[in-house]
Write a protein that binds this ligand. Structure first.
Ligand code: GLN
Length: 380
């Protein structure tokens, strides 16, 4: 069989989690919390099932949930959406990104991607015949070199993918980034995918500059979100895509023949639960505390922090300790130390190796303590 994705293997998240299970390691690799989710929300799902919300919901989503998202967006970003034409519920953020790319990218279209990049973006582009134009973020700040973006734009540029707070680095876009982006796309037909799944996981009093706040940019943007990251239920695989009507129309053409419609009882439960602002307003503080606790614990190890300002993740450099490749070190860490991490090279097509590994700190304090205790004993 001729593969459509000859260079793609199994995603690093699956690989590292399987290794973690095999070696009974503490899994600080794949990004998911190890603490429990809201009981009120699980009870709402049970209730929805008992109340008979067990058949297909409308293709775009359950109208009360679309309404609840509209209200939340207005409260947070002051933008009035049309729930019927501009929001689509999806089975997760990754699916939303895939659908946006599939709805727009044709053979030969160029898509600008910043590396390190979440590992689904480039295969999503390539399976559609698109060409990923990779631009490295500046290491170690992981900020965008906008001059490099300007130079990379051609007549074939169809899309730019941005991600803030950023996975895997925790970098956050600032006003000047938005302004540069605006300058670059104004007067072009370039679409944007804005991966904002970590919208509520942002620290150090930084504001989340959602593209929802910028009408001029929004008209060309698919903005992708995840409920799993808000409610500590990444395995529920539910999120949504916001895009202006003409884009949403195309998005839904792909979506309707892929999964058609998303899990009904969970949508029904979220329609009620999303009204409770407290649940997501405090997230930044809760996760920032975890980041800080982990950072403090890590000071006993010889690893050097590359400060994260958002997401579930923080990068640590071992540049001064070893020349071992990240991918090799990550395997040794699981086997010899019992801690799973993600090699940052997995987020670069050419496996750029800056001797940096990604840790997920969305864990109970006891988990973080035990993990750091083990790392402290590791032979570099
Ligand atoms: N987003 C999660 C991470 O970066 C993993 C998602 C997945 O496993 N596909 O770890």
């Amino acid at each position: 069989m001729i593969s459509k994705l000859p260079n793609v293997g199994t995603t690093i998240f699956t690989v590292m989690s399987a290794l973690a299970n095999e070696h009974k390691a503490i899994n600080l690799g794949q990004g998911f919390p190890d603490y429990s989710m809201s009981e009120a929300l699980t009870e709402l799902v049970t209730k929805a099932m008992k109340d008979g919300f067990n058949q297909y919901f409308p293709m775009a989503g359950y109208p009360p949930l679309l309404e609840a998202i509209t209200e939340k967006v207005y409260r947070l970003y002051g933008t009035q959406l049309d729930p019927k034409q501009e929001i689509t519920i999806t089975p997760g953020g990754t699916y939303a990104i895939y659908s946006a790319i599939t709805a727009t990218i044709n053979k030969g279209d160029e898509v600008i991607v910043f590396e390190p990049a979440y590992d689904s973006y480039i295969p999503n582009i390539e399976v559609n015949g698109g060409i990923a134009i990779r631009i490295p973020l500046r290491h170690p700040s992981y900020s965008i070199d906008w001059e490099a973006v300007r130079l990379a734009i051609t007549k074939k540029t169809k899309m730019i993918i941005i991600n803030s707070p950023h996975n895997p680095t925790g970098a956050v876009l600032r006003e000047n980034d938005i302004e540069e982006l605006r300058k670059i796309v104004t007067g072009t037909n370039i679409y944007i995918v804005s991966d904002e799944v970590y919208e509520h996981l942002i620290y150090d009093n930084l504001p989340h500059l959602s593209l929802l706040k910028y009408p001029e940019l929004m008209q060309r943007t698919f903005i992708c979100f995840s409920f799993g990251k808000i409610y500590n239920c990444t395995g529920w695989k539910i999120g949504y895509c916001i895009a202006p009507e003409p884009l949403t129309k195309e998005f839904r053409k792909v979506h309707q023949f892929n999964c058609f419609s998303v899990n009904s009882p969970i949508q029904a439960a979220l329609a009620t639960h999303l009204k409770n602002e407290e649940e997501y307003r405090n997230l930044s503080l809760i996760l920032q505390k975890k980041r800080d606790y982990f950072r403090e614990l890590m000071t006993v190890t010889p690893l050097k922090v590359i400060p994260s300002h958002g997401s579930y993740f923080e990068l640590y450099s071992y540049e001064r300790l070893s020349t071992e490749k990240e991918a090799v070190l990550a395997i040794r860490l699981v086997k010899e130390c019992g801690v799973a991490v993600i090699p940052t090279s997995a987020f670069y097509q050419d496996a750029t190796d800056n001797k940096v590994i990604r840790f997920c700190f969305a864990k109970k304090e006891s988990t973080l303590e035990e993990a750091v205790n083990r790392i402290g004993k590791f032979k570099w």
